[in-house]
Design a protein around this ligand. Sequence first.
Ligand code: ZN
Ligand code: ZN
Length: 149
Amino acid sequence: MDTEQQVMDHFEATCRSHGLKLTHQRLEIYRALLQSAEHPSAESLHKQLETRLPTLSLDTVYRTLATFEQLGLVKRVETMSSQARFEAKIEQHHHFFCDQCRQLIDFTWHSFDSMGLPEALMGVGTIRGKNVVVHGVCNDCLEKKKKPE
Ligand SMILES: [Zn+2]
Ligand SMILES: [Zn+2]
């Protein structure tokens, strides 16, 4: 696992090689994402940063995340809920999504990753990757349900 400094160096080098200025806002957005295990949405990242960066707009967070995504610096996690969620962890992994509290839990699935693609996908186009979102209810929510109100 890379240290945070190595990841930040990689981030800065990638931005520079694409002519993207390393503004304070961009650094803060990336760092916040890197330090979070929550897979935050753009909205919650904005909320988290707005006390420190009062001039940061939600629109800037959206656009910055989209730019980072294009450069392969962050990943978007599509869930069944309306808000896209983001993470700076770009190594291959999958997600468990709790339909109640909406938390995303990372997991690896090597046998799935090494599995070939089904025949139905042959000739469909270029495949960029395959990721799974497993849905269910997490243990925390199951526990809460058991307790009387
Ligand atoms: Zn839950
Ligand atoms: Zn993840």
